[in-house]
Design a binder for this molecule. Structure first.
Ligand code: URA
Length: 226
């Protein structure tokens, strides 16, 4: 997508400031431009995770069992970003290990031809909200520096946001997912990285009629990472 086309697409849905941020950040973040070598990514991620395993930046630390870090292949061309850990994730310490995760793995394998271990999966909030409620905007903001650093280390081709909460975390804007799904935006902190949005797999499990659109989006994602 060209610069003008990107700016127009973002302005049309009220994300003009995301585009401006991307232009500013492009100049300001040298670290985000330097490519860590493949074998360094694991070490960098381990160090990064160790730096916030005792995080108390938001109220979610009071109810969590543990911080749930991202998981998977740090050389994956795509990083899937979900909302926040649920009960099983909080217990096992891994993202997307419950029912929604199993469904997601199956569709990634069927449509993208990739096994779960071949991609990288993480969340905008690393701690489970009580009763699995949606994380608040403050919680998303408090956790964002951790996700930002994670993405800076991985530097995928595409960030695939699963649902509106993930979209809010990455683009900094609340927007109905029905308006954003299937669309591509520049990642504000490194415009070379594409942000792609689709439904959250838990939404598809609750609303099977939307599965067709979800699969359409995954096919588009397959082209983006080819
Ligand atoms: N839903 C999410 O958004 N993330 C998980 O890790 C599990 C379920």
């Amino acid at each position: 997508m060209g610069v003008r086309e990107t700016a127009r697409a973002l302005a049309e849905i009220g994300l003009g400031e995301v585009y401006l941020l991307s232009r500013t950040e492009k100049r300001s973040s040298e670290r985000e431009k330097s490519e860590p070598r493949a074998e360094d990514k694991d070490t960098l991620l381990r160090k990064h995770f160790n730096s916030f395993r005792d995080c108390t930046r938001c109220p979610l630390h009071r109810s969590r069992s543990q911080v749930v870090f991202g998981d998977g292949n740090p050389d994956s061309p795509v990083v899937f970003v979900g909302e926040a850990p649920g009960e099983e994730e909080d217990t096992q310490g891994k993202p997307f290990v419950g029912r929604a995760g199993r469904y997601l793995n199956q569709k990634i394998q069927e449509v993208l031809g990739l096994r779960r271990e071949e991609v990288y999966i993480t969340n905008v909030c690393k701690c489970r909200p009580p009763e699995n409620r949606k994380p608040t905007s403050q919680e998303i903001r408090a956790c964002f520096p951790y996700l930002r650093r994670e993405l800076e280390i991985i530097r995928p081709k595409v960030i695939c946001c699963l649902g509106a909460t993930a979209g809010e975390g990455i683009l900094g804007k609340t927007m109905p997912i029905t308006k954003l799904r299937g669309k591509v935006f520049p990642y504000p902190y490194n415009p070379k990285i594409k942000v792609f949005l689709t439904y959250h797999p838990a939404y598809i499990l609750r609303n099977p009629k939307a599965e067709g659109e979800f699969l359409e989006d995954l096919k588009k994602l397959r082209e983006l990472i080819a």
